[in-house]
Design a protein around this ligand. Sequence first.
Ligand code: LLP
Length: 420
Amino acid sequence: MDHFTYKNGVLHAEDVSLAMIAEAVGTPVYIYSRATLERHAQVFKAALSALPRTHIAFAIKANPNLAVLNVLARQGFGADVVSGGEISRALAAGMKAQDIVFSGVGKTRAELAQALDAGIGQFNIELEEEGAVLAEMAAQMGKTASAVLRVNPDVDAGTHAKISTGKSENKFGVPISEAMGIFARLSGLPALNLRGVACHIGSQLFDLAPLEAAYARIGELVSELRAAGHGIDRVDLGGGLGVPYERDKVPPSPADYGAMVERVTRGWDVTLMFEPGRVIVGNAGVLLTRVIWVKPGVARPYVIVDAAMNDLARPAMYDAFHDFEAVRPTGERMVANIAGPVCETGDTFAMGREIDAVLSGDLAIFRTAGAYGATMASTYNSRALVPEVMVDGERFAVVAERVLPEALIAAEHVPGWLRN
Ligand code: LLP
């Protein structure tokens, strides 16, 4: 459920008309609903309420905006981070260092040092050498690194190949068959408190069965590790729950997911860590855009909007579907292609789709753009970096400014030796 609804024929975010935001801030612009974010956070927490000990670390790669993180921090969420930049953001948003989980297959030594210095709660180690380097650095800094070993359970998550992470050929985690040996070698290191295991098999998952299979394998590994004398008090179950980009395709609910986790992990006697991203923020955001032209095409017209692949990369990268709706629908429909102004054929949001009829100058939205939207934006074609707005009831605020090409140009330098 979200709070982007029509009131008197005009699409609103909570109690604010999107037409008003377009007038005040311009387009394209991402718009987040605070009430939707809070609702999703609460639904996710409620889904896990039957589990004895849990910690939720929002995967901030999905939406690292400080205002969004602030709302989630107030809900008691920590952060799953994958870079030094994300550590800085989580702390800047008021998340506690202890509530930060550091994932990622390529953490640099500088990032490991930053994380140790900040005193983050958990390192998710992706390869043996990383664990050894981390232990050595922690010892030098007089610290103990709290860590879990990320295991690749070799299951097919049944999602898009580019966002699948749990098959043996993927770059993530250590092969589950090698986990025992690596764990034994790393757990002997003095400055490392290796206390559990982690897995994350992919994103936008629509089937709980692969997750259940992965968790069952993790459960067996936990038993084997304990039998070998290792103290295990944490298991990180990752993220990945899908969201309904298309209204008639409904993913498993957080409650279904929670019930499955409760069944599979019964008796594990650990703190379960979760890293949801998309399911929390996906439907809490839309991308507001204005139609520049309706250009006649051979088979059907092209609706050319002022948002492009640099603002919302998902359709170009993953052939992703994002619902398109007029801000002031007339009731008329049309079949059209929807594309942005970027000079690439890939800058296409939809082909031959039935949509609300629109004319040049009309406002429209792409739905379900709160996850992996603004955060993946670029300035390709020297376009401005898209701004973000948060709505809260009747008020709204710009929570990320539009970064204009002038600011980007000012950060570039032509060396003196090129000027003569
Ligand atoms: N934990 C780890 C270790 C991850 O790699 C990810 C996502 C998550 C948690 C959060 O997954 P979520 O709950 O959001 O599915 N840009 C792509 C998605 C990439 C996901 C990367 N990892 C997209 O737009 O679909």
